[in-house]
Write a protein that binds this ligand. Structure first.
Ligand SMILES: *Cc1c(COP(=O)(O)O)cnc(C)c1O
Length: 365
């Protein structure tokens, strides 16, 4: 079976180095907030081009604590997309804040400029933009639009480690905060859970360091509201430091696969989702105009796996559906019914890429 992202292949290449690092951490005997975490934070901030990075237990906590550090509290309204897997929704609901869903650009499936403009008001306390599938949002435009309202901008970079904007800068350093996940399938993935918030604000970083340890500013003194336990461990940090030295090559390999797909997939019922110029192609997504299930079945018969990212708009999720009954975002819903992710990971072989293309092109959909 060809997976959409073969983690075994991805990690076994590094087996020797990973085992050596594991032994090193074990021998040292410090497992939480030690040298590896400190160094990873420093190196990751540098790689993103920010002055600060605070590691956390996962990407959803990065969104939640990042929002809390920006001052978001219960009942605050926050704009977000509804086609990005529900993570921002989970973070907002944890705070008791209110997601305001806006529609996406039908070409890119990223938050639409027009929709954002329509929904901005003094009632909105933050905007979360997701660089979905590794593709970057038009960040300069968004920043310009938010400026008159003085609304903080949150970048969800969980699918876009190392992606670059049209202005040449990196994801994670253009918003007020950048929220990352190091879940194993991400472009920079740990061997367990992990997350981080990047920022150029020392105040926000300091607040995050309290929030991730029970709201402590000093040991055993709970001074910051909303704190919990959310930390990256030393094993994961050591592995992430190793992987950070390889990620640029991996991202380039993903780009090459995406280019190949974009050039050669030709089918009347399939459209290739365009990549932004500095995309890191976390997922390679096609839009299937009809019979998506049939295509998935056909691919499976040919030992190719595919997945839907994501099938349900956040506001249609059972936990929210009652409250958001009257909302309808046509482009979001169309995307949910058409998108399909096909195999794309750095270790994919040339013959595998060609086989996926050939199989798609001969589908009688
Ligand atoms: C994976 C992901 C997250 C959440 O990360 P976890 O580490 O799984 O909590 C957030 N946003 C997006 C867009 C993601 O893809």
């Amino acid at each position: 079976m060809l997976f959409i992202n073969d983690l075994q292949r991805h990690n076994l290449v590094l087996k020797k180095e990973i085992l050596a690092l594991t032994e090193k951490v074990l021998d040292k005997g410090r497992f939480i907030l030690g040298h590896e975490v400190k160094m990873f934070e420093k190196e990751f901030a540098q790689w993103c081009g920010t002055s600060e990075c605070t590691s956390l237990a996962n990407g959803t906590d990065a969104l939640e604590f990042g929002l809390r550090a920006l001052g978001i509290t219960a009942d605050d309204k926050v704009i977000t997309a509804a086609n990005a897997g529900g993570y921002s929704t989970t973070a907002l609901l944890a705070i008791g804040a209110v997601p305001v869903y806006i529609d996406i650009n039908p070409e890119t499936l990223l938050i639409s400029r027009k929709s954002l403009q329509q929904h901005l008001s003094s009632e909105i306390k933050a905007v979360i933009v997701t660089h979905l599938y590794g593709n970057c949002c038009p960040i300069d435009d968004f920043k310009e639009m938010l400026k008159p309202f003085n609304i903080p901008l949150v970048e969800d970079c969980a699918q876009a480690h190392g992606a670059t904007f049209d202005n040449g800068t990196n994801t994670g350093n253009q918003g007020d905060i950048g929220c990352f996940s190091f879940y194993p399938t991400k472009n920079l993935g740990a061997l367990g859970d992990g997350g981080a918030v990047t920022t150029n604000s020392a105040v926000i970083a300091s607040s995050l360091r309290s929030l991730r340890q029970y709201g402590w500013e000093q040991k055993y003194q709970m001074t910051v509201t909303g704190g919990r336990n959310s930390r990256l461990d030393e094993f994961q940090a050591a592995i992430l430091r190793l992987k950070l030295t390889k990620i640029n090559d991996w991202n380039n390999a993903r780009r090459a696969i995406a280019n190949h797909y974009s050039r050669e997939i030709k089918h009347s019922a399939i459209e290739v989702l365009p990549s932004s110029s500095g995309s890191v192609n976390h997922l390679f997504v096609i839009r299937v105009r009809k019979n998506r299930e049939h295509l998935q079945q056909f691919l499976r018969e040919n030992k190719i796996l595919s997945e839907i990212h994501y099938p349900i708009a956040d506001y249609r999720q059972p936990v929210l559906a009652e409250k958001y009954r009257s909302i309808q975002l046509p482009q979001t819903e169309l995307a949910c019914s058409e998108v399909l992710s096909i195999p794309c990971f750095p270790e994919m072989k040339e013959n595998e890429i060609s086989f996926v293309i050939e199989t798609l092109n001969r589908w009688k959909g």
